[in-house]
Design a protein around this ligand. Structure first.
Ligand SMILES: NC(=O)C1=CN([C@@H]2O[C@H](COP(=O)(O)OP(=O)(O)OC[C@H]3O[C@@H](n4cnc5c(N)ncnc54)[C@H](O)[C@@H]3O)[C@@H](O)[C@H]2O)C=CC1
Ligand SMILES: N[C@@H](CC=O)C(=O)O
Ligand code: NA
Length: 819
C-alpha cells in the first residue's frame, strides 16, 4: 500500500487535475494498492478564511466570495466530468453541500463571530469539495474510487485550528475502515473530528499529516508527496539558479532543511511515518517520471558531506555580554529560561569561547520582547554594570549548510569560511548545531543570495562555477576579449566547470548591466541602445549593490581615472585583472597599497599583460622569487610596437608609415607617443623592478630616448605624425648608421640591482636581442640559479589576440582561486 498526497498547487486548475488522474490511472493499471489524499483546490482555504472574516465583520461582500467559491467547483465539475450521469450527481451533491456552507456563513454574519470551532467547520468544505469531485473524476476514468471524509477516521482532541491526534484510536479506525473498503479511498486532507463529531483541523502542513497518519495506520510501504517542484533542491532555486534535486536524504536532514526555511515538506507532520520508518518521496506533478527526492532513514556515508544549503532571510541577533558572565554558572539557563517564559522561539545560539558573550537569533518581530525579557532577568547585574544592556542587531540572515556526513569530513567549516571570505562576506556569528547536522552563519541580509551561491559552488562541485565579470573599455583589447569569451564559454563550462558571465559593460560613453549575463553576440548594439551614461562611480556602486558571487573587474582602458577606482573596488572584495599599466606604474605607495588591500580582502589584483602582453613575464618572475631564487639582472626588449618598427625599418619605407602600421596592427598604446618616447618601456621595467622588490618610482628610471626634441614636444598625435614625417631623414640615418656596422636597433631596458635604464642601442649578431623579429619581446632573467645561462621568455609582446588572451587566462586563474 502507498499513500499519495497532492497539495493545493497541484489541484489549482482542471487541466492539472487531469494530469493527476493520468498519474493515478497508471498506478491503478500497474496493480498498485494506493490511497490518495487531497488538499483543497489552490487558494480555496484562503478564500474560505476571507469570506468568514467578512461575514464576521457584518460585511455582506462575503456572499460574493461564496458565490465565486461555489462557481469554481461547479465549473471544475463541468470541465472534468463528461459522463452526464456522474456530472449531474456530482453537481447536485456539491450544491447541497455548499448550501450548508452558505447557511453557515449567514449564521456567522448574523452573530458576527467566527470562533476557531466554527472556522474549522468552514474550512472543511475546501478539502471535502476537492476530494469528492476528484473521486468522481477517477471513477469516470475507470479507477474504482471512493470518497472518504477523514473525519470518519482521524480522531483528535478539541484544540480547534491545531488539533492533537488521538493516535491509537485513529490507527484503529483507519485499519478498520480500509479493511472494509477495498476500493481506492480518496481522502480529505487536513480535517479530522473530535468527540461528538465536531470538525477539527490539523494545523500547518495538515494534509501531509493526514498522509502520514494514514501511512502509519496502514503500515504503508511509502508515502508520495506530489507537489509542483522536483523534490527537495540543494538550495532555493529562486536564489540559486544552479540548485538541483537532492536524490536522497535522511529524515533528520529534511527536518534541518525545513528548520532553515526550505518549504517543500514540513517534517513534524511526518513524525508518524518516520517512527514507522516509512520512506517518503517528493515528486513533481509536472514531471511524473522524474524520481524526485527520497527521504528515509538510510544514510549514505559515502555521499557528499553537504546535502543542502538553506537560509532564513530575516533575523535579529541579540547579544548578552559583560564581565559578570565569565565563569558564572547558570547564565545560559537564565537567558533561555526568560526567553522561553516569554514564548520566544530561538533560531540559533552561539557563545564566544571567552564566555563573555552569548548571542542568539530570533525573528525580528520578537527582538524587542527578547531584549526586554533578558534585561528583566538580569536587571540586578545590569544595574551593577557587570552585564551590559542587550545589543540587538537587525537586517541579518542565517545561512546554513546541512548534511549528516559533515561530521565525518574534516575541513568543511574551513571551506565554508573561505568561500564567504573570498566573496567579502563577513560572518557576524557562527553556530554549529549540536547534532552536527548543520553549520550556520549569521551574515548581513544583503549578502544572503551571494552567500548561498558561493556556498553552492563550493560544496556542489558537480556543477559549474559562474564568474561575474564587470568590463570597462571595449576597444581593441576589450573587444577582442569579449569575442574570445563568447567563443570559449561552452568549452569552459563543459571542460573546466566554469562559466563567464559579463554582467556589467562600459565604453567611454555608456554602460549596461544584466545580472543574468549580457548577450555577447550583440554587446555593441546593447551599448549603443543603453540610456545610462558612463560614470565609473555609478558603475562601481552597481557592482557593489548587485553583490554577485565571484565578481571580477576588468579594466581594458589606458585611463588613469579608471585606475583611481581600483582601491575602492578591491576594498569591496572584487578581484581585478587589467592590461592597463597606470596603477602599477604610478606612485610606489599606491602600488603597494593596492596589493595590501587585495591581500587583506583575500582577492586578487592581477596585471600579467602589463609586461610582454600575453607572455608569462610577471608570473615567471614571481615563481622565481617565491621559490627562493634571487634576481641579479633583468634585461629586455619590452616594446612590441618598437620591436615591430625597428624590425620593419629598411631605409626605404618612411618611418612615419611604419609607425602608422604598428598602430593599425594594434601594437601601440592608444597614444603612440607613449611607446616611441620610451615611456611605455620605462613603465614596464619599473613594474618588473617593483615585482622584484626594488621600490622604484618613475623618475628613478633613466630613459635615453631617440626621438628628436620637436617630436617629443608635439602637442597632439596628429602633430606628432606630422613631425616624424618631416624628420624622415633623421630616422633613416639612425637606421643606416646601425646597418652600416651590420647591426640592428633595439630599445633595451635593464634592471641591474636597483638601477633601471632604458635606451636605444644598435646591436650586432652576437647580441641575443639581434634575432628578434615582428613584434617580439624578449626578457632575460639572470638569477642565482640561472646564472650562467639566463632564463628567457620570448615571443610576440603586443597585439589584440595575444593580449586579450592573457587577460582571459588571468580571469580564469582568478576564478579558480575563488570560492
Ligand atoms: N595593444 C596591446 O598590444 C596591449 C595593450 N595593453 C593595454 O591595454 C589597454 C587597452 O589597449 P587597447 O585596447 O589597445 O586600446 P584602445 O584605445 O583600443 O581601447 C581602450 C578603450 O577604452 C575606452 N576608454 C577610455 N577611457 C575610458 C573610460 N573612462 N571609461 C570607459 N572606457 C574608456 C576607450 O574609448 C577605448 O575604446 C591599454 O591600457 C594598453 O596599455 C597592454 C598590453 C598590450
Ligand atoms: N604598446 C605596447 C603594448 C603592450 O603593452 C607595446 O608596444 O609593447
Ligand atoms: Na605578460
Amino acid at each position: 500500500m502507498k499513500v499519495l498526497k497532492f497539495g493545493g498547487s497541484s489541484v489549482a486548475q482542471p487541466d492539472r487535475i487531469r494530469g493527476i488522474v493520468e498519474i493515478l490511472k497508471d498506478y491503478y493499471a500497474a496493480g498498485d494498492h494506493f490511497t490518495v489524499v487531497f488538499s483543497a483546490f489552490g487558494g480555496v482555504t484562503d478564500n474560505l478564511i476571507e469570506m468568514s472574516e467578512l461575514a464576521a465583520r457584518g460585511d455582506d461582500r462575503y456572499g460574493q466570495l461564496f458565490q465565486e467559491f461555489a462557481d469554481r467547483h461547479q465549473l471544475a465539475i463541468g470541465e472534468l466530468l463528461t459522463n452526464e450521469k456522474l456530472q449531474q450527481e456530482t453537481a447536485h451533491q456539491m450544491r447541497r453541500s455548499h448550501e450548508v456552507l452558505k447557511n453557515l456563513l449567514y449564521g456567522i454574519f448574523l452573530v458576527r463571530e467566527a470562533s476557531p470551532r466554527t472556522m474549522d467547520y468552514v474550512l472543511s468544505f475546501g478539502e471535502r469539495s476537492s476530494s469528492y469531485i476528484i473521486s468522481q473524476v477517477l471513477q469516470q476514468a475507470g479507477v474504482p474510487a471512493e470518497f472518504l471524509d477523514a473525519r470518519r477516521i482521524i480522531k483528535t482532541d478539541k484544540t480547534f485550528g491545531n488539533a492533537k491526534v488521538a493516535f491509537e484510536k485513529t490507527y484503529a479506525k483507519i485499519k478498520e475502515h480500509y479493511r472494509e473498503h477495498p476500493k481506492v479511498q480518496v481522502v480529505t486532507g487536513f480535517i479530522a473530528s473530535a468527540k461528538g463529531g465536531l470538525t477539527t483541523t490539523l494545523g500547518r502542513g495538515g494534509s501531509d499529516y493526514t498522509a502520514s497518519l494514514l501511512a502509519a495506520g496502514l503500515k504503508a510501504q511509502a508515502i508520495e508527496i506530489w507537489t509542483d517542484v522536483s523534490g527537495v533542491l540543494t538550495a532555493d532555486p529562486r536564489r540559486v539558479e544552479k540548485a538541483f534535486t537532492i536524490p536522497k536524504m535522511t529524515y533528520a536532514e529534511a527536518m534541518e532543511m525545513s528548520h532553515f526555511g526550505a518549504k517543500v515538506i514540513y517534517p513534524p507532520t511526518l513524525m508518524p511515518a518516520l517512527q514507522n520508518r516509512i520512506p517518503l518521496y517528493i515528486k513533481n506533478t509536472f514531471q511524473p517520471d522524474f524520481p524526485g527526492t527520497k527521504v528515509s532513514e538510510e544514510s549514505d556515508p559515502d555521499g557528499e558531506a553537504v546535502r543542502g544549503i538553506s537560509s532564513i532571510n530575516n533575523v535579529a541577533l541579540c547579544t548578552v555580554s559583560g564581565t559578570g558572565m565569565f565563569g558564572v554558572p547558570g547564565i545560559a539557563g537564565r537567558i533561555f529560561g526568560s526567553l522561553a517564559a516569554a514564548n520566544i522561539n530561538v533560531i540559533l545560539i552561539t557563545q564566544g569561547s571567552s564566555e563573555h558573550a552569548i548571542s542568539f537569533a530570533v525573528q525580528p518581530s520578537d527582538a524587542e520582547r527578547a531584549r526586554e525579557a533578558v534585561e528583566a532577568a538580569f536587571a540586578f547585574e545590569i544595574a551593577r554594570g557587570v552585564v551590559n544592556a542587550v545589543k540587538v542587531e537587525r537586517d541579518l540572515s542565517v545561512v546554513a549548510i546541512i548534511g549528516e556526513n559533515m561530521r565525518y569530513q574534516p575541513g568543511i567549516a574551513g571551506r565554508l569560511f573561505r568561500a564567504l571570505g573570498k566573496n567579502g562576506i563577513n560572518a557576524v556569528a557562527i553556530a554549529q548545531g549540536s547534532s552536527e547536522l548543520n553549520v550556520s552563519v549569521v551574515i548581513s541580509r544583503e549578502d544572503e543570495t551571494k552567500a548561498l551561491n558561493a556556498l553552492h559552488e563550493t560544496f556542489f562541485l558537480s556543477d559549474y562555477k559562474t564568474l561575474h565579470l564587470f568590463i570597462v573599455g571595449v576597444g581593441l583589447i576589450g573587444g577582442t576579449l569579449l569575442k574570445q569569451i563568447d567563443q570559449q564559454n561552452d568549452y569552459l563550462r563543459e571542460r573546466r566547470g566554469m562559466e563567464l558571465k559579463v554582467v556589467g559593460l562600459a565604453n567611454s560613453k555608456k554602460m549596461i548591466f544584466a545580472p543574468s549575463g549580457i548577450d555577447l553576440s550583440r554587446w555593441k548594439e546593447s551599448l549603443v541602445q543603453s540610456s545610462i551614461p558612463i560614470d565609473l562611480a555609478v558603475f562601481v556602486g552597481r557592482m557593489r549593490d548587485l553583490n554577485l558571487s565571484n565578481s571580477i573587474f576588468v579594466d581594458n582602458t589606458a585611463d588613469s581615472k579608471i585606475a583611481s577606482f581600483y582601491e575602492t573596488i578591491l576594498d569591496e572584495s572584487i578581484s581585478i585583472s587589467t592590461p592597463n599599466k597606470i596603477a602599477t606604474s604610478s606612485g610606489y605607495l599606491q602600488y603597494q597599497r593596492l596589493k595590501n588591500i587585495a591581500d587583506k580582502r583575500g582577492v586578487q589584483f592581477r596585471y600579467e599583460t602589463n609586461v610582454g602582453a600575453g607572455l608569462p613575464v610577471i608570473s615567471t618572475l614571481r615563481d622565481l622569487i617565491d621559490s627562493g631564487d634571487r634576481i641579479t639582472k633583468i634585461e629586455g626588449v619590452l616594446s612590441g610596437s618598437l620591436s615591430y618598427i625597428f624590425n620593419t625599418l629598411d631605409g626605404i619605407l618612411p618611418f612615419s608609415d611604419i609607425v602608422r602600421e604598428a598602430r593599425e596592427k594594434g601594437f601601440t598604446e592608444p597614444d603612440p607617443r607613449i611607446d616611441l618616447s620610451g615611456k611605455d618601456v620605462a613603465r614596464k621595467i619599473l613594474i618588473l623592478a617593483r615585482e622584484t622588490g626594488v621600490p622604484l618610482n618613475a623618475e628613478d628610471v633613466h630613459v635615453n630616448g631617440f626621438l628628436p626634441e620637436e617630436a617629443m614636444a608635439a602637442a597632439s598625435v596628429e602633430d606628432f605624425f606630422n613631425v616624424i614625417e618631416d624628420q624622415a631623414a633623421y630616422f633613416n640615418e639612425l637606421y643606416e648608421s646601425a646597418s652600416r656596422e651590420g647591426k640592428v636597433l633595439r630599445m633595451i631596458a635593464t634592471l641591474d640591482s636597483d638601477q633601471a635604464t632604458v635606451g636605444v642601442q644598435a646591436v650586432g649578431p652576437d647580441n641575443p636581442f639581434y634575432t628578434l623579429s615582428g613584434s617580439d619581446n624578449m626578457i632575460v632573467f639572470t638569477t642565482d640559479r640561472y646564472r650562467v645561462r639566463p632564463l628567457v621568455v620570448r615571443g610576440p609582446g603586443a597585439g589584440a589576440e595575444v593580449t586579450a588572451a592573457g587577460v582571459f587566462a588571468e580571469i580564469i586563474q582568478i576564478g579558480s582561486s575563488l570560492s
